[in-house]
Design a protein around this ligand. Structure first.
Ligand code: GAL
Length: 377
């Protein structure tokens, strides 16, 4: 039997707007909660290898926590995700000054951006999926960005596969820049259970973007070969994250864009990452049309917030895998363009594929599992 999206009232914001929560539940034991506030994924519950369900993303119980959250837990970020140096860029000869919400410039669209707004939310039903469509209009001049941009974000959960899809569409009435992504922090052993150091990670990337002391890309593209950024073969995160590497020191872990291997073109739909928790057996693959993947190991989580399960979040307790165009793209002519013009439609699609892997024997066995052996859907 296929279930249907359920929507109920979740809370009221400090300035009186009512916020709804949608629950998507499929026939394979997966359950996802999405808020109209920030388009936030509040929880993703998936079975482990024994069928025990756990929530694999960081999040909060209450709306008030989300309203004051600085970590963008589970939110949709934009209009132009990630860092823009000095909060400024030039398009068609006009220089725009954006709202600066960080020392280096503008982060994730500026203050009170898409992650802190209430989106219109409606249930949708596909032939073999259920979901929600979220819509928002970001006015001309919003946080300094030019053009009135209409954005649709759609979450769809397959009824009989543990696949969650997030797709975006956007249009504008004047030339602008758009870069949207979902900002979920994953811990496949369950949120609040500790660090993700023992998770095995594969990244489908041969190169990454080194950053400056302000964690903005330098503009150089560097091969991962021979560096701690080489996750082309499955590797425990803990094996690499403490290597005495200057880039890892600057970011206090991973907080870098990886250049995805896209033999069929930069916007082709391809796998970006595979993450496996050997203990629970939960595995996740991220597939995307985006050219880049921002990998962020929760380096700023400092033990100052208590998450949904009543546990404190600390550095390394999760990994965010954010498919997106590269950070600071509006200022980097050699990066894939984030420009959007009237008449064009911005499209972006990302899928999170959950599965489980059988118990492996020793380290070699685990590496085989991470590479895809022993998968049950
Ligand atoms: C990430 C970014 C980090 C940090 C985080 C929010 O997307 O890469 O540097 O700003 O968002 O705390």
């Amino acid at each position: 039997m296929s279930s249907r999206t359920k929507i109920h009232e979740f809370g009221v914001t400090a300035d009186g707007a009512s916020v709804h929560r949608a629950i998507l539940e499929n026939d394979r034991g997966m359950r996802v909660a999405i808020l109209s506030f920030g388009g936030i994924i509040q929880s993703i519950e998936v079975p482990d290898r024994h069928g025990l369900t756990g929530n694999v993303v960081l999040g909060f119980d209450s709306l008030a926590h989300y309203e004051s959250d600085d970590y963008y837990l589970g939110a949709i970020v934009g209009r132009c995700a990630n860092r823009i140096l000095n909060g400024s860029f030039t398009l068609d000869g006009v220089t725009y000054q954006l709202d600066r919400n960080d020392d280096f410039g503008t982060m994730h669209g500026g203050s009170t951006s898409l992650d802190k707004r209430v989106w219109a939310l409606e249930a949708i039903e596909g032939a073999d999926s259920q979901g929600v469509r979220l819509t928002i209009v970001s006015d001309d001049g919003d946080n300094g960005f030019p053009g009135k941009v209409t954005i649709t974000a759609t979450y769809e959960l397959a009824n009989d596969r543990n696949v969650l899809r997030l797709s975006f569409e956007a249009t504008t009435d004047a030339p602008t820049v758009v870069n949207l992504t979902g900002h979920s922090y994953f811990n496949l052993a369950a949120e609040g259970s500790g660090g993700v150091g023992d998770h095995l990670l594969v990244l489908d990337a041969d190169a990454y973007l080194p950053v400056t002391t302000e964690l903005v890309p330098t503009g150089r593209i560097e091969a991962v070969a021979g560096t701690p950024f080489d996750f082309r073969a499955p590797c425990r995160i803990a094996e690499r994250i403490r290597m005495g590497d200057e880039q890892l020191r600057l970011a206090r872990g991973y907080d870098h864009n990886f250049v995805l291997r896209k033999p069929d073109g930069a916007d082709a739909f391809a796998r970006a990452a595979r993450l496996v928790d050997p203990l629970s057996g939960r595995a996740m693959e991220v597939w995307t049309t985006e050219p880049g993947l921002d990998v962020y190991t929760g380096n700023f989580l400092d033990g100052s917030v208590i998450g949904a399960g009543g546990r404190i979040y600390r550095q390394g307790d999760a990994i965010a895998l954010e498919p997106e165009h590269f950070a600071d793209s509006p200022n980097q002519p050699d990066f894939p363009s984030v420009e959007l013009r009237p008449g064009e439609i911005y499209h972006s699609r990302t899928e999170y594929h959950f599965s489980t892997v059988a118990v492996g024997g020793g380290d070699a066995g685990m590496r085989g599992l991470a590479a895809g052996a022993g998968v049950s859907a």
